[in-house]
Design a protein around this ligand. Structure first.
Ligand SMILES: Nc1ncnc2c1ncn2[C@@H]1O[C@H](COP(=O)(O)OP(=O)(O)OP(=O)(O)O)[C@@H](O)[C@H]1O
Ligand SMILES: [Mg+2]
Length: 501
């Protein structure tokens, strides 16, 4: 090795977890100052390779070289000291720490043996001022939204003077303004000679920000290319090894009676919300992150209190005091933050999928384990959940596959109203298309589907109707007809999200 053209060289890396060969003899070469995309389906091995780079996982075979010298990190702190930092896909903030404590964790400002809080907070404020964030050094991590936590991680990496920053799906919970902001930061870093490994399932972003791309498939290295001259379809077929429709599979089905209706509901983060959703309809909720969409749905689902207003299910007034209450009535919700709400990582995949459905199955009959296994297996197969066995724990799944398991569990419950909060966040193109197809199947069965999505192409491609949120209220409504006729564009929806009529 010793090839000075590259800042990072990985050669012949293999890694197995029990029976799963996550990486088979892969390579990766990163140039200084480039933004290098790592592309591959869910479970292709992207995160695992990055974990090898920062020493969180020890590869079985293979060697690495960083800045011309043999390199092997013993762990993230070691990697950080060598000049490599990573922003993880599944964020795990310490809720009781402040922003400053979180940013300087394990490299605190000290005065002799004492922690110099004041100096640390000051240093942190200086850093934050460069990023226009709505929190201070003293804000507790638990008060931040997922998007804000992610920004803290990015600021932390920047503050460490890293020469290589790995970003594992950094934009998956950012809205378009926050993403633009991140891209500015990335361009800045690049200009300073920092190399970035950028993992994302969003093709538009990869074309916008990346210089080169390496593609992985099923634990193997496929190829590396310059972004200039490569097409979207070429990349997709390199990734999946088969053709996938890159357009949305929306099928129009008959829209029936009103299934669910809310009248002037208000709560924390939203006010005066009225809408109805019909059988067979997919209702999209667009808007900036923090505009009140998730808050509304959380209150409807009984996760948060409703302060005023009424809800009707099939014409009858209802109240949902808890998620359990809602599920019983036939209203289910797939949450955006799967780790906190959706998945028990220490339970088996099978248990995760069938957990909410057990009460229904036990009514009158005894739980039929054989049937449970069969049904869970079918749903998992339909969603192409990539796992060695359904008996393995949730935490062994790749990020995108965790999302599929969360989805599978509610699908099994067969609800009247299905609320999906960012259902395809972190899900690869192939699986995304599978999930969209499933959504259409549910609608065709007469289910009313409500989908929150911050991806404009998704919300525009899949919805029969779109409600656009702005600062806690609905600022506009768009029909599929208007979208198909090009009477409403992405820009128009963004303008509504920013408060214009
Ligand atoms: N700790 C673990 N124990 C067992 N299996 C694991 C573990 N970590 C990863 N795997 C398996 O290794 C494979 C690669 O996973 P990895 O997380 O690297 O995928 P990925 O390319 O990052 O996918 P995604 O796009 O969904 O994030 C998957 O089949 C996954 O289930
Ligand atoms: Mg991953």
């Amino acid at each position: 090795m010793g090839n000075s053209e590259y800042i990072l060289n990985c050669e012949g890396i293999s890694k197995a977890f029990g029976g799963t060969q996550a990486l088979k003899d892969v390579q990766l070469h990163i140039k200084p100052g480039e933004v290098h995309a790592l592309l591959g389906e869910n479970g292709a091995g992207k995160s695992t390779l990055m974990k090898c780079v920062i020493g969180l996982v020890k590869q079985d075979t293979g060697t690495m070289e960083f800045e011309g010298k043999p390199y092997q990190a013993n762990g993230p702190v070691d990697a950080l000291n060598c000049g490599i930092s990573m922003i993880h896909q599944e964020l795990n903030p310490e809720p009781h720490l402040t922003v400053a404590e979180s940013i300087f964790l394990k490299r605190e400002n000290t005065k002799g043996f004492l922690l110099d809080k004041k100096a640390q907070n000051k240093r942190c404020e200086d850093l934050l001022s460069k990023f226009e964030v709505p929190y201070t050094a003293k804000t507790k991590m638990k008060e931040l939204t997922l998007a804000q936590v992610q920004m803290v991680e990015i600021i932390k990496a920047v503050s460490c003077d890293s020469r290589l920053i790995i970003m594992d799906e950094p934009t998956s919970s950012l809205d378009s303004t926050e993403t633009d902001h991140l891209f500015e930061v990335i361009r800045d870093l690049k200009a300073k000679g920092v190399a970035i490994i950028y993992i994302s399932h969003r093709m538009e972003e990869i074309f916008e920000i990346c210089d080169r791309v390496s593609v992985f498939r099923n634990g193997t290295y496929v190829d590396s290319r310059d972004m200039e001259g490569v097409t979207r379809d070429e990349l997709i077929s390199m990734m999946v090894g088969r053709d996938v429709k890159s357009v949305f599979p929306k099928v129009d089905c008959e829209i029936g009676e009103t299934v669910f209706k809310v009248d002037k509901i208000s709560g924390k983060g939203f006010h005066d919300i009225s809408f109805e959703v019909h059988a067979g309809e997919i209702l999209g909720l667009s808007g900036l992150v923090g505009s009140g969409r998730s808050e509304t749905m959380r209150a409807i689902f009984g996760l948060d209190p409703l302060e005023s207003g009424t809800m009707y299910l099939e014409g009858k007034e209802i109240t949902n005091k808890s998620p359990r209450d809602s599920i019983k009535k036939g209203i289910c919700m797939v949450n955006e933050d799967r780790k906190n709400y959706g998945l028990c990582l220490l339970r088996s995949i099978r248990e995760n999928i069938s957990l909410p459905n057990l009460p229904a199955k036990q009514k009158g009959f005894l739980l039929n384990q054989k049937r449970e296994k069969k049904e869970v297996g079918e749903v998992a197969k339909k969603l192409t959940v990539k796992c060695a066995s359904l008996e393995h724990n949730g935490f062994s799944l790749s990020g995108g596959n965790q999302q599929k398991v969360v989805l599978a569990k509610w699908i099994m419950a067969n609800p009247k109203v299905l609320i999906l909060d960012e259902p395809t966040r972190g899900v690869d193109v192939g699986a995304k298309s599978d999930i969209h197809t499933l959504m259409c199947e549910f609608a065709a069965k007469g289910m009313a589907v409500i989908m929150i999505s911050s991806e404009l192409p998704e919300v525009m491609g899949m919805s029969d109707r779109i409600l656009v949120y702005h600062e806690g209220t609905i600022n506009g409504e768009v029909s599929r007809k208007e979208i198909l006729a090009n009477a409403i564009t992405q820009e128009n929806i963004l303008q509504m999200a920013f408060g214009q009529r």
